[in-house]
Design a protein around this ligand. Structure first.
Ligand code: AMP
Length: 289
């Protein structure tokens, strides 16, 4: 049975009824603040629990910094017609604004630390609310949840169908973060890292060609302020400490789909579609394009 169907079926079977979930949520809220943030999320646009067949996908992408969550989540969002919502992007939008949160957020992000659950949920709630007003349905979340508390709050307000856990070896993650470039004009994401690691001692090698920008972006490339070696190492440390437990949270619920990236986009994308049982979807879309 395709892995996705198996996971979706397991997820649907384990869903609690609405009233039980609400009761469970209120009993879970360890403080008034938890209850407040859960309520805000629920009010601002996450669909109530209902038959998963009647709504669009609600997926989460997990994985270390630099693994490619944004790349694959955004490709899948185009393929499936659901919004790709990256909490890191929401944080960067806030940083770029002149709002009161900009400076305190910059201090946290530039040290590689996590922003408080309260702030992140507030940003996410606002984004969901805007989306619902525009008629969006479903989502692919990238970079959220990143703590067990965030995962519990999300579980309290809506059903997640599937969690894709992207994996890459740590030396490649570091090289990919250091090679990441963004066009300051069009916002395009590129990568100048050229990764070619030979296999040894039974460990497979890995090749990832750089993803170079078109000529018009070349002179406008910028690097994220948190993509320095020191900060990336701290982000990885925080991932292992705070976010890796979220993998187990979803694994124990039968929702986690593990994907070891075999290489760059040309090798990984078709394999990911195959794992998700979406190859036909891609063919139809390519034919229609
Ligand atoms: P990202 O682009 O996902 O690497 O996120 C950039 C930064 O935004 C992270 O290093 C955190 O400081 C912050 N951030 C993004 N998502 C979250 C989250 N779910 N919880 C806490 N902090 C977050």
């Amino acid at each position: 049975m395709p892995a996705l169907n198996r996971l979706l079926r397991a997820g649907a079977a384990s869903r609690p009824p609405v009233s039980a979930a609400r009761w469970w949520l209120s009993s879970l809220a360890s403080s008034e603040a938890d209850a407040r943030v859960s309520e805000r999320l629920a009010r601002r646009g996450l669909p109530a629990r209902r038959d998963p067949g009647s709504r669009n996908v609600q997926w989460v992408f997990l994985g270390c910094p630099g693994v490619g969550k944004g790349t694959y989540a955004s490709r899948l969002s185009q393929l499936l017609g659901v919004p790709h919502i990256a909490t890191g992007d929401l944080v960067r939008e806030e940083l770029a604004s002149s709002g009161p949160l900009a400076q305190p957020l910059a201090d946290i992000v530039n040290q590689g630390k996590l922003v408080s659950d309260e702030i992140i949920i507030n940003l996410l709630s606002k984004r969901l609310e805007t989306g619902v007003a525009k008629g969006e349905s479903g989502f692919i979340l990238d970079g959220f949840p990143r703590t067990i508390r965030q995962a519990e709050i999300l579980e309290g307000v809506t059903d997640i169908d599937l969690v894709v856990n992207l994996k890459l070896r740590e030396d490649v993650l570091l090289a990919k973060c250091l090679g990441r470039r963004i066009c300051s004009q069009c916002g395009g994401n590129f990568n100048v890292a050229s990764i070619d690691i030979k296999g040894e001692n039974g460990r497979p090698g890995i090749f990832m060609a750089p993803l170079l920008p078109p000529a018009q972006c070349m002179t406008k490339l910028v690097t994220r302020s948190d993509d320095t070696e020191e900060v990336v190492k701290e982000r990885l440390r925080i991932y292992y400490e705070m976010s890796q437990p979220v993998e187990e949270f979803y694994r124990s619920r039968g929702k986690l789909l593990e994907f070891d990236l075999p290489g760059g986009i040309p090798e990984s994308w078709p394999k990911l579609l195959q794992l998700l049982n979406l190859e036909d979807h891609d063919d139809k879309q390519s034919a229609a394009a």
